[in-house]
Design a protein around this ligand. Structure first.
Ligand code: MG
Length: 374
């Protein structure tokens, strides 16, 4: 078997398999698959991962087939993350695993779903999708006879603990990796650019609204000069592609320069740094934040988007209360967990695991008088 550290491709500050802290429950190694490869495969084969296909990113699933879902968002994030990881000689398998798993803790109906569960769980231990992601991979997935959850590698689990950008200034995490940091950036690059694309596609955002956005203006000027006769749709697609590329290239160059400046030569050096290492240059960061703010104001708070997602929030609240009132309607495994962890946590896990579609069907089964039960 080729071991990663004998692979001259990996940088010394990357995560190497043989210096890993390994898994909580010991397992035999596989004859030709590396440990982080196995982690990635466990995520892909998990039920939580499959359900991403019917979970809302911004547009509720039945609004149209061309909008991003959590699954396509996840795949775009993984693609961007792998590109950056490979360019920086970081561990691509670990990066891909973290990227593929990063959103599996989200409930149905996007942010509205998150707010609903957070409110409902306020006095019962709370709800937060990153925490939920860890709960899924450590407890809730039941696929293996010898251990609960997916028994992922230590570095994968630590990589799934998302830290806000200024986290490193105030606290020292028990472990950090550049692989994990880069997935955060890849996630942001993916959603800012594809939400802009979906916003334009839906007509909720129009090209003339974008005149103050530096990131858009730079690529748009170039496209208009180079392809003046290109149809509008193709121009838009090209613009989104160029924005992603600009940010990815900037991230790779900025990070390479920082690694050099901070004198990072080993994983130990990575642990000692008190600032974010993977990131964008000041100019691109400012433009990226500008785009993020624009999307908040013009897309996420648009009355049509709010209306779509508010409906979801109401479904979830009604379902939550109905389950609390009559726990006997819950599936057996949820009832068993309720005995161990309390009814609120068990119902929260159950609802958080639902797709938009399942939650809507379940709502009908509960509240529509003519709906059949089976
Ligand atoms: Mg995400």
């Amino acid at each position: 078997m080729i071991s990663p550290s004998t692979d001259p491709f990996l940088a010394p500050y990357a995560i190497h398999e043989e210096t890993s802290k390994g898994r909580k429950y010991r397992e035999k190694s596989h004859s030709f698959r590396g440990e982080f490869q196995r982690d990635r495969d466990r995520i892909i084969h998990s039920a939580a991962f499959r359900r991403l296909q019917y979970k809302t990113q911004v547009f509720v699933n039945h609004e149209g087939d061309h909008y991003r879902t959590r699954l396509t968002h996840t795949l775009e994030t993984a693609q961007i993350a792998r590109t950056i990881a490979r360019a920086l000689h970081l561990n691509e398998d670990l990066t891909e695993t973290i990227a593929l798993a990063h959103d599996i803790g989200h409930g149905p109906f996007g942010h509205a779903g998150e707010w609903a569960l957070r409110d409902l769980m306020k006095r019962h231990g709370g709800f937060e999708h990153n925490q939920q992601c860890l709960r899924i991979v450590e407890h809730l997935e039941e696929s293996y006879p010898d251990f609960p959850g997916l028994n992922l590698m230590y570095e994968t689990l630590e990589g799934l603990k998302k830290h806000p950008e200024n986290f490193y200034k105030n606290r020292k995490p028990r472990f950090r990796s550049l692989e994990s940091e880069l997935v955060d950036i890849a996630d942001e690059i993916a959603y800012n650019s594809h939400d802009l694309d979906d916003g334009l596609r839906s007509g909720l955002v129009r090209e003339e609204h974008l005149s103050d956005l530096g990131l858009w203006q730079d690529v748009w000027k170039y496209i208009k000069r180079k392809y003046p006769k290109h149809p509008a749709l193709k121009k838009r697609r090209l613009a989104i592609r160029l924005i992603i590329n600009t940010l990815v290239v900037d991230c790779v160059q900025t990070t390479q320069a920082r690694i050099k400046r901070l004198g990072i030569k080993s994983l130990k050096d990575v642990q000692a740094v008190t600032r974010q290492v993977v990131g964008l240059s000041e100019v691109k960061k400012r433009q990226h934040v500008e785009l993020k703010r624009f999307l908040y104001k013009n897309l996420y708070s648009h009355s049509r988007v709010v209306r779509m997602t508010q409906k979801g929030q109401r479904f979830l609240e009604a379902l939550f209360r109905a389950y609390l009132k009559t726990p006997k309607v819950l599936p057996r495994d949820v009832q068993i967990r309720a005995k161990k962890e309390g009814i609120h946590r068990a119902v929260c896990d159950y609802i958080a695991g639902m797709t938009d579609r399942f939650a809507q069907d379940e709502y009908d089964r509960f509240f529509e008088p003519y709906e059949r039960l089976a």
